[in-house]
Each structure stands twice: as C-alpha cells, then as structure tokens.
Design a protein around this ligand. Structure first.
Ligand code: C5P
Length: 237
C-alpha cells in the first residue's frame, strides 16, 4: 500500500497490537484507549459480527442461513465514527445502528453466527483492511491467532466469570438497562462455551500471547500494563 506521502509500505510491516479475550474483560475499552494513546487505527472485530446480525435482520435473512449471512458479511458497508459527545457511532450504509449493534440480544446472536466458517471467512478481508499506517490496535477473539498471526504484540485478557458478569451488569446499569445478574452470568457462560468450543477459530490465547488476568485490576491499571507490554515488544522489533 502507498501512504499519503507516496511511501510504499507492505501490509506485514505495519504493526498490529492484537488484544483478545472473552466478553467482559475490558478489551473494547482498553483497545480504544491504546489506539488513542498510540495514534493508531482501531478495529473492533466483534462489532463486525454484530453488524452482520443487524444487516440480516434489516434484510430479513434468517440467522441460520450461512451462505446468505456470508454474502451480507462480505458486503458490509460499515463506518465507525464519534458523536460530538465522544460516544461511538456505528453506521451501516447511511444508518446509525449503534444501539442495535450494542444490545445484548445482538451479542448473543453474533456469537451464534460467529461459529459459521463461511461468515468468518467473509469477514477476513474486511478485518485485514483496517491494517493501515501508522498501525492498528485490533480487539476480538482471534486477532492474534487467525486474523493477524504476524502481529508483533499479542495480549490475551482474562477475568473471572463472576467479575465479568459484574462489569457487564454495571455497564448496562449505567446505560439505564436493567438485566439481572444471574441472567447475565448465564449468558456470559453460554457465550464463553460457544466461543471456546466452536470448530473454527475457537477462543484461546495465541502461543506467543502475553496473558493478563484483569480480575483485580482497574481499567487504568490494565492500560498501564498494556502500554509496558507494547513498548517492550515494539522496541524489540
Ligand atoms: O466482542 P463482542 O461481544 O462484540 O463480540 C460478539 C461476538 O462475536 C462474540 O461473542 C464472538 O462470538 C464473536 N466474535 C468472534 N471473533 C471475533 C470477535 C467477535 O467470534 N474476532
């Protein structure tokens, strides 16, 4: 690819920080803060699976129709933006679909369609297209293992299931959404099971990933540790 200054850079020379882990580990927040700190691009890969669900619902495609879902995934017209208050905005074509993308039901359905090999393949190119100069912070489940196996920095975040359910509960409550803690815990356990047991790209740390247990850490503490891991890895390049 060619930069705006006309310098040719090979994709594999563009650094990627891959941040993987199950739901509720703070991946999204950490990745966003790291991308801002580094001044790099951000890929929220989970949003692409969620958007595929939203696109399917918009065009009345059944959530068990793998080939139709794969076609939708391959043609997603997505745009990530920030509202004036700094909140994220996700557009599908011209439509702001942020609330649909972020709701719990969409997350649950995303984990179902994410088990379909054709959907995963269809989203591969789109995910890799986010790798642009000066660098990319990518969060998801298989960033380090499958999508960017050559990423120079791979971090796998974990936290106990109880802590993850509590975090999710607080996050939703702050948005005015009341979901009972036991229901959330059961949903998280079910999602973990589907993500780790699926045949394609199951959720697991890359062999060269640094594992970081965030159970007793604040977001700021995790960000500080991630910054150190990134600085060390990039200085070794
Ligand atoms: O991270 P988020 O909750 O937005 O992801 C929604 C679902 O999409 C996950 O439960 C997972 O099944 C799937 N996913 C995936 N691979 C990724 C990112 C998300 O399978 N890289």
């Amino acid at each position: 690819m060619e930069t705006s200054r006309g310098i040719v850079v090979e994709k594999q020379d563009i650094a990627v920080v891959a941040i993987d882990g199950p739901s509720g580990t703070g991946k999204g927040t950490i990745a966003r803060q790291m991308a801002e700190y580094l001044g790099w691009h951000l890929l929220d890969s989970g949003a692409l699976y969620r958007l595929t669900v939203v696109a399917a619902q918009d065009s009345a495609v059944a959530l068990d129709d793998e080939s139709a879902l794969a076609s939708l995934a391959a043609g997603l017209e997505v745009r990530f933006a920030s509202a004036t208050d700094g909140n994220e905005q996700i557009f599908l074509g011209q439509t702001d679909v942020t609330d649909d993308v972020r709701n719990e039901e969409t997350g649950k359905n995303a984990s179902k369609i994410a088990a379909m090999p054709a959907v995963r393949t269809a989203l591969m190119e789109l995910q890799r297209s986010f790798r642009e100069v000066p660098g990319l912070v990518a969060d998801g489940r298989d960033m380090g293992n499958v999508v960017f196996p050559d990423a120079p920095v791979k971090i796998f975040l974990t936290a106990s299931p109880e802590e993850r359910a509590q975090r999710r509960h607080k996050q939703l409550k702050d948005k005015g959404i009341n979901v009972s803690l036991p229901v959330l815990s059961a949903d998280i356990a079910e999602r973990d099971r589907r993500d780790t047991e699926r045949a394609v790209a199951p959720l697991r740390p890359a062999s060269d990933a640094e594992i970081l247990d965030t159970t007793s850490l604040s977001i700021d503490e995790v960000v500080e540790r991630v910054k150190k891991i990134v600085a060390r890895a990039l200085s070794d390049r």
